[in-house]
Write a protein that binds this ligand. Structure first.
Ligand SMILES: Cc1cc2nc3c(=O)[nH]c(=O)nc-3n(C[C@H](O)[C@H](O)[C@H](O)COP(=O)(O)OP(=O)(O)OC[C@H]3O[C@@H](n4cnc5c(N)ncnc54)[C@H](O)[C@@H]3O)c2cc1C
Length: 370
C-alpha cells in the first residue's frame, strides 16, 4: 500500500489497531508466505463500516482473515489491506431465549463449549473444526455429515462498500464447503438456533476433540487442501495417484492423510501452490479427475495460476445430458455452444457412472482422440 494512503488511513482512524509487515506465519495455521504489508483489527461496526468505505473509495482490495486455518498466505501482496475481527464486539456471544448471537471473531471451539454450558447442543460433531464463526460460515465448514449452516438462523455483515446487510439462512444457498454469501461481504455476526444440549453434551465434545487428534496429522497445515470430487474422497484419489510424500521445497503431502499438505518449517506460498499443481496433475493423469482447491489463497493470482497450470478439458454436451453434474464434480469444463471443445459426448454410456468411472472413461476417450 502506498505510504500516502497508509498515512491517510492512520489519520482517519486514529484508534484503529494497524500493524505493518506482519508475518503470515503469525496469523495462519499453515504458516507459509511472506508478510502482510498492512493488517487492521477493528473492534466494532462503528470503525469497520467507514474503514470498508475508505478502502472501496481508494480501490484498495480487502481480505478478511478469520483464524487462518484454511488459508494459504502470500509471498507478496502489495496492495491489499488484511482485516481481522478478533477483539471487541466481534468476539462477543449473547444468549437471547432460543437464539444465540455470536460475533464473527468468536473462536468456534469456544462457541461450542459456551453453548453447551448454557444448555444448547447439536454442535459436538463440528467441535473440532479450527476457526472463527465468520470463517466457518464463509466455508460452510462441516464434519460427519453436518455443517454450520444446519444451525444458522441469520448472518449479518457489511458489503464491500461498507453498507450493512443481513441475510436469513434461507435466502442463501448452502452447499458442500460453499455458501452464496456475496463475494466481498464481511461477516460480522451470526444468529444461531440450536437444540437443547444432550445430558452428555460435554463428553461428546471432548470425545470428538480426542478423536481428531488420532486421525489427522499434526504439524503446520490448513486442513484438507482439495474438495472431494462428488462422492470420491480427494484424499483417496491423491493417495492412489502416488502423491503421499510428494514434496516441493518445504511443502509436503502428508503420509498419514493425503489431503493434508504440511509445511515442514519454511515453505513459501509458491512451494505450496507448486505442490498443489503437481497433485492436480498426477490425479488427473491417474484417474481423469481434476481436483479443485478447498483452501483459500490470500493471493487471488494463485488460484488463476493453479487452474492455468493444469487446465481441465472442455466437454461439449447436450443441454439435458445427465452427465452435467458429474462432470462438474470431477472438475471438467462444460463448453458453451460457441466454444471449441476437447471432446464432444453425443451419447451417454448406458449404465449410470460413478465419478470415478466417469473420470477413467473420459481420460481414455481424450487420450484416444489425441
Ligand atoms: C487441522 C485442521 C482440521 C480441519 N478440519 C476441518 C473440518 O473437519 N471441516 C471443515 O469444514 N474444515 C476443516 N478445516 C478447515 C478450516 O478449519 C475451516 O475451513 C474453517 O472454516 C476456517 O475458519 P477460519 O476462521 O480459520 O477461516 P480463514 O482460513 O481465516 O478464512 C477462510 C475464508 O473465509 C473468509 N473469511 C474469514 N472470516 C471472514 C469474515 N468474518 N467475513 C468474510 N469472510 C471471512 C476468508 O477470507 C477466507 O476466504 C480444518 C483445518 C485444520 C487446520
Amino acid at each position: 500500500m502506498q505510504q500516502s494512503i497508509l498515512a491517510a488511513l492512520k489519520a482517519e482512524f486514529p484508534g484503529l489497531s494497524i500493524r505493518e509487515n506482519v508475518p503470515w506465519r503469525e496469523v495462519t495455521s499453515l504458516k507459509a508466505g511472506g508478510t502482510i504489508p498492512v493488517l487492521a483489527e477493528p473492534g466494532d461496526d462503528i470503525v469497520l463500516a467507514p474503514l470498508l468505505h475508505f478502502c472501496h473509495n481508494r480501490h484498495i482490495p480487502v481480505l478478511v482473515l478469520g483464524n487462518g486455518s484454511n488459508t494459504v498466505g502470500a509471498d507478496a501482496l502489495p496492495e491489499a489491506l488484511v482485516l481481522r475481527l478478533n477483539h471487541g464486539n466481534f468476539v462477543r456471544i449473547c444468549f437471547a431465549r432460543d437464539r444465540i448471537v455470536a460475533g464473527a471473531g468468536v473462536r468456534w471451539k469456544d462457541f461450542v463449549r459456551t453453548c453447551a454450558e448454557h444448555g444448547f447442543g447439536g454442535l459436538a460433531p463440528l467441535a473440532g473444526i479450527p476457526g472463527q464463526v465468520g470463517g466457518l460460515l464463509m466455508m460452510n465448514a462441516g464434519a460427519h455429515g453436518a455443517a454450520i449452516s444446519d444451525f444458522l438462523y441469520e448472518v449479518c455483515g457489511f458489503d464491500r462498500t461498507g453498507e450493512s446487510c443481513s441475510l436469513m439462512k434461507d435466502e442463501l444457498r448452502w452447499e458442500y464447503r460453499h455458501t452464496s454469501i456475496p463475494a466481498g461481504t464481511v461477516v460480522t455476526a451470526a444468529i444461531f438456533k440450536l437444540p437443547p444440549a444432550a445430558p452428555d453434551e460435554q463428553e461428546r465434545i471432548t470425545g470428538e476433540l480426542r478423536n481428531r487428534g488420532t486421525t489427522q496429522p499434526g504439524g503446520l497445515n490448513a486442513g484438507c487442501f482439495f474438495r472431494n470430487a462428488g462422492n470420491e474422497s480427494a484424499g483417496k484419489l491423491i493417495d492412489e495417484a502416488g502423491c503421499k510424500g510428494l514434496t516441493v521445497g518445504d511443502a509436503t503431502v502428508s503420509d498419514l492423510h493425503a489431503n493434508f499438505i504440511l509445511n515442514r518449517g519454511h515453505a513459501t506460498a509458491q512451494d505450496v501452490l507448486e505442490l498443489m499443481i503437481q497433485v492436480r496433475r498426477k490425479v488427473a493423469e491417474h484417474a481423469g479427475i481434476y481436483l479443485k482447491p478447498e483452501v483459500c489463497f490470500a493471493d487471488p493470482e494463485a488460484l488463476k495460476k493453479f487452474y492455468a497450470a493444469v487446465p481441465a478439458p472442455r466437454i461439449s454436451l447436450s443441454p439435458d445430458s445427465p452427465l452435467r453434474t458429474i462432470l462438474r464434480n470431477i472438475g471438467y469444463e462444460i463448453a458453451a455452444p460457441e466454444d471449441e471443445a476437447d471432446l464432444t459426448i453425443a451419447k451417454c454410456p448406458v449404465a449410470p457412472l460413478s465419478e470415478y468411472s466417469c473420470g477413467l472413461w473420459l481420460k481414455e476417450m481424450i487420450s484416444a482422440k489425441k
